[in-house]
Design a protein around this ligand. Sequence first.
Ligand SMILES: [Zn+2]
Length: 217
Amino acid sequence: MFNRVFIACGCLFVLSGCMYNDEPMPQITYDYKSSETVQPRLLTPTTSRPVSIGENILQDWLPPSSVEKKWTAIVIHHSGTKNGNTAIFDKWHRESNHWQGVGYDFVIGNGTNSSDGQVEVTYRWQKQVTGAHCGGTAGNWANKDGIGICLVGDFDRTQPTNAQMQSLVRLVRFLQNRYGIPKSRIYGHGTTPGAGTVTDCPGRNFPMGWLKSQVGP
Ligand SMILES: [Zn+2]
């Protein structure tokens, strides 16, 4: 039974590119008993430059200050594909999902259609608009307040490259520093509290434990 469900989910996953999500999302109220359900925190806006963490922070990770939002969580995805980059996902999400464009804020390449470990910044981050990567949460909080990072690859079958994970750690630490996001608010898509889609994204081989050991508290 589990296998059958899993295969069915996998098919859905392939068809939807792991981010089944209608845009715009309806307002859905969940009655969750789990203590894991956390409502978005309101944070004091950060106006200062990121604290140096001894690693390279790329200039384009900084959004325009005129539109910069408060972000309260990070949601990690895999593309569920062998290859890809922002342009490919952008075309796919426009044409197949009829979204306004690529659903993520950041895409980290695996050496296929962009460099291994290359961090691409999408228009969603540049414009600081609501994402389309993790549907079904109460009030659509994960798309509104959560930063969507997609690693190119299918981590049910393979693992992320070392360069991808190094870039991810660097990016996550930057985002944690800038927005005061605690480690407890870094989620995989499928384990995001209230996520409305059954998915194992970012894949069963994604090393979430290792990631949490490398980032800020
Ligand atoms: Zn996903």
